[in-house]
Design a protein around this ligand. Structure first.
Ligand SMILES: [Zn+2]
Length: 328
């Protein structure tokens, strides 16, 4: 039954994927068509079709990221779009190169942030993010999935920690079933996990350090996905600056964001850098997921390096009484 459905949706799916800008993706898709697998959106299947899936050979992806202000040139869904792009990119490689069958769930716009005062952000407490992630994973484990990948495409450590804590909890209770590899990606330098940084990205990083939010990194990533999503005036936006160690101060972050809401230099963004960045993240996910599925040497990908700091877990135990926002 599954194979019949694959046949029917091949054409439609490959057109969708071909809109991705990377030429390499096109080659993968053509290869993919020969093989018969194509990633499936889980919520479009019936319960019976899901029950028939070979859970030993399948991987399920779900993105958890916020609807959040990303400066004046990027959409609120920037992190969700990134999560979706990186997941699809990784799923194509996992199906094509490794023979796994991949599924993905609708994105969950539930995420936590250390600074949520800026206008246009929908953030949740760490406790809420933890609870949603834990209960979501429990449901998916009851479907029978053994390899669940949470793509937490929002770099804030408090979000990473809330998701990783939920994973730790379910893995301890049900046996190892889930991983969230992006905490390790965002702190790969500190964790000493080496991965190839494309030359044009490292050059850009040297020239424009301290790019944390809606700067050249994210603007480039979105340009590579769909140029139409980036407002045309982005090259005129002034750089805002803050150093990494100042990022622990909410006051300093908000001051640096000013009237614009970004931290970094969006004006220098370009599509080529974005393509390289999107590819780099997907490759990292593939590397972590393959090790996770094989259950060998995967533990280094399980946590952000700040996970070990107990004070950063405090938000998991408190409920915010009121949400404070800047109004317009
Ligand atoms: Zn973002």
């Amino acid at each position: 039954m599954l194979l019949e459905r694959h046949e029917a949706k091949r054409e439609k799916c490959s057109i969708l994927v071909l809109t991705w800008p990377l030429r390499a993706r096109c080659i993968l898709v053509l290869e993919q068509r020969k093989r018969g697998y194509l990633m499936e959106k889980l919520s479009l299947l019936t319960w019976k079709e899901i029950a028939e899936v070979d859970k030993d050979k399948s991987i399920l992806f779900v993105t958890m990221a916020p609807i959040e202000a990303h400066g004046i040139s990027l959409p609120l869904a920037t992190d969700l779009l990134e999560g979706e792009c990186w997941s699809k990119n990784a799923m194509l490689q996992l199906e094509h190169q490794k023979g796994y069958q991949c599924f993905y769930l609708n994105e969950f716009p539930i995420a936590s942030a250390s600074v949520s005062d800026f206008y246009g952000c929908i953030h949740f407490s760490m406790k809420t993010t933890f609870t949603v992630a834990k209960e979501l994973l429990e449901n998916l484990i009851h479907f029978g999935f053994k390899n669940i990948v949470v793509v937490a495409s929002h770099a804030d450590p408090v979000h990473q920690i809330a998701v990783e804590k939920a994973i730790e909890k379910v893995n301890r209770h049900y046996g190892v079933r889930a991983i969230s590899p992006l905490g390790a990606f965002f702190s790969s330098k500190e964790l000493k996990i080496t991965h190839d940084l494309p030359e044009l990205v490292s050059e850009m990083e040297n020239k424009n350090p301290n790019d944390f939010h809606a700067g050249w990194i994210e603007t480039s990533c979105i340009l590579a996905m769909d140029e139409k999503l980036v407002r045309t005036g982005f090259k005129q936006i002034p750089m805002t600056s803050i150093r990494e160690k100042e990022m622990i101060s909410k006051k300093k972050m908000l001051r640096a964001m000013g009237e614009y809401g970004h931290l970094g230099n969006p004006a220098v963004a370009n599509k080529e850098v974005g393509e390289a960045l999107n590819q780099e993240v997907a490759d990292f996910i593939v590397e972590a997921v393959v090790k996770f599925v094989e259950r060998t040497e995967y533990k280094k990908y399980m946590h952000h390096y700040l996970y070990r700091i107990p004070t950063l877990h405090i938000g998991l135990f408190i409920n915010k009484r009121w949400i404070r926002k800047r109004r317009r």
